[in-house]
Design a protein around this ligand. Structure first.
Ligand code: GLA
Length: 383
């Protein structure tokens, strides 16, 4: 992809660019907890976004998307969101640099990726981080990795309209080879945990659906959590977010929250607990326990948090029924995208066959299988 982009860049702009790469991410466990300052357990993967960039003297930026085969040009002094457009990710990051007091300069950029779109591998965070890394490297802006992560999150809020948490840009930035990041979304700091799965592999199954309510439902879930915190603060005056509550508080919480809020709060509280248990299980190489936690996470996301869908439930249930699968759950925001599966290597072919037959006969969709290796975070690539 890098060579392709460099070649294309030369054809379009007759110039030699530098190229940044930012990876997509998986999340082992800890779903929908990041925006309640909770714990998540993501890792960067090998698939990602490549951003080729060089300066120009035009005072406007010229962009080209390899995947959309489309150009976009905008003047530096007029940066506004353009509903649903991929260029928002560039303009969104630029507006964050500008707000940080950096005086912007114009550039040409070509963007291309190897992340399957809509699969829930967080191509949008990779895009933002790739763009941020490319721009700050080109102009030598002294921006810390943590700031880039925050800019990417804010850009997504303001230019894409999704009130996402910190997990995706964080994982894309700080990913480490062979490791997952036990990330505390209150202190925004992480511990790297070695992931050694022995004879097992992580494999994603892409449901190939993304239900249209995904973004609105996401924002609604977030609001439900915030409303619950306000109600709970009357009884637990010291809490700031649901992260401050424990599974031992659940009995009390159930008596306080209205019936529609309780299961949502319960998911966040139990999921935070599961993240710690999962990190411990991995450290002790207890893959059976780790797999069971994945299954419990799916159940909680589906029944309590209600962010799954028929397709994901079917994929997880089929996987969970197989002897050589230790765990399976929906991954990411929900309402489509992938399931994450922990499968014995010797059962991989059988796994693919059974999942595909079953899914195709139920939903008339051929699922996609995506193998993942845990990889390094974003960087500038050597020329
Ligand atoms: C999306 C968001 C993340 C996180 C997950 C759910 O990927 O971008 O911040 O909330 O959903 O865990």
């Amino acid at each position: 992809m890098k060579e392709k982009l460099v070649q294309l860049f030369y054809q379009l702009f007759q110039n030699q660019p530098i190229v940044a790469f930012a990876p997509g991410r998986i999340n082992l466990i800890g779903e929908h907890t990041d925006y309640q300052e909770g714990f998540v357990f993501p890792a960067a993967v090998a698939q990602g976004i490549y951003v080729a960039i060089a300066k120009n003297d035009l005072n406007h930026c010229r962009l080209y998307s390899f995947d959309f085969e489309e150009e976009f040009t905008f003047p530096l002094d007029s940066i506004f969101p353009k509903k649903g457009h991929w260029a928002n990710y560039v303009m969104g990051m630029l507006s964050q640099f500008k707000q940080a007091g950096i005086s912007l300069q114009s550039f040409d950029m070509v963007i291309g990726g190897t992340i399957p779109v809509g699969a829930g591998l967080s191509s949008s965070a990779a895009l933002s981080i790739g763009i941020g890394t490319a721009i700050s490297s080109l102009f030598n802006y002294q921006v810390s990795k943590n700031s880039l992560v925050r800019y990417a999150q804010k850009s997504e809020h303001l230019f894409a309209g999704v009130n996402c948490g910190i997990m995706d840009p964080y994982a894309s930035t700080f990913g480490a080879k062979g490791k997952a990041l036990l990330l505390d979304c209150r202190s925004n700091s992480h511990e790297e945990i070695q992931v050694d799965l022995g004879n097992y592999s992580l494999i994603l199954v892409n449901s190939k659906v993304k239900h249209s309510l995904a973004d609105t439902a996401y924002n609604k879930r977030r609001e439900a959590c915030e409303d619950s915190v306000r109600l709970l603060q009357a009884h637990f005056p010291n809490i700031k977010t649901l992260r401050d509550l424990n599974t031992t508080d659940l009995g009390m919480i159930e008596t306080i929250l209205p019936a529609q809020f309780f299961p949502k709060a319960k998911h966040i509280i139990t999921e935070n607990h599961r993240v710690h248990l999962a990190a411990k299980a991995l450290q002790e190489q207890d893959l059976i326990e780790f797999g069971q936690l994945l299954n419990q996470s799916h159940q909680s996301l589906s029944e309590d948090y209600e962010v799954s869908c028929a397709e994901l439930d079917e994929l997880a249930a089929t996987a969970q029924s197989m002897d050589f699968v230790l765990g399976s759950r929906m991954m990411g925001g929900g309402f489509g995208g992938c399931t994450l599966n922990l499968v014995h290597r010797e059962g991989l072919e059988e796994f693919k066959k059974v999942i595909q037959e079953n899914y195709e006969s139920t939903f008339f969709i051929i699922p996609e299988f995506i193998e993942v290796t845990l990889s390094e975070g974003a960087s500038l690539l050597n020329s």
